[in-house]
Design a protein around this ligand. Sequence first.
Ligand code: MN
Length: 248
Amino acid sequence: MKKTLFAAFTMTIFSLGLGAQEITTIINQQKQKTMETNKNNSAVNHQFKPLPYAYDALEPYIDKMTMEIHYSRHHKAYFDNFIKAINGTPLEKMSMNELFENMSTLPAAVRNNGGGYYNHELFWENMAPGGVGMTERFEKMLKQQFGSVEKLKEEFANAGLTRFGSGWAWLNVDEKGNLFLSSTPNQDNPLMDVAEKRGTPVLAMDVWEHAYYLKYQNKRVDYINAFWNIINWKVVEERYDEAVVKNK
Ligand code: MN
């Protein structure tokens, strides 16, 4: 289709008897138009990013089939429905943060699908095959704020376990740079104005059944225990640093 159009376009140019310079100008104008169209298209602002590793890369902690269905169907559906919900409305010009800050006033489709899209991006990124360890600095901070790393894990697991139905567990930074744990229902997150306690998430854990049911069935606790083996603490720390700098 593209080739045919291009051929027709070229034919038109030659039949008009234009010189090379004029052709270049026309082509550049076309390119400029395309770039402007893309800039105004929300699908360009919100990208469906590739999974940062293969579907089977988190085995044996998260199985290949769960990852494939989770990413290519659930996550993709949130993304597509989010774009559908904002397309052609003033919302398509707003950043995710702006949307989250005004969430209580926006349609449910934006809250559920925008949250779903964003939360899963964080989740994929804060996992890595075999996990990536934390620095001494971060470990010290966790000890200071939670007593010990074990205590943090225990409390984080508890946030995920006690979330009734579907939702997320979070490690967040507040405005003062202090870390705190929380959980949210459905596809809400701590950036939304509807959240019980607001902050910037640095670690996300999906506790929807679709995240673990194929391998762990009803044993959410086993999935949560396995999760610690695949956390990318480097990404968590980068998010922490970024949030603290932003809040200053
Ligand atoms: Mn999910």
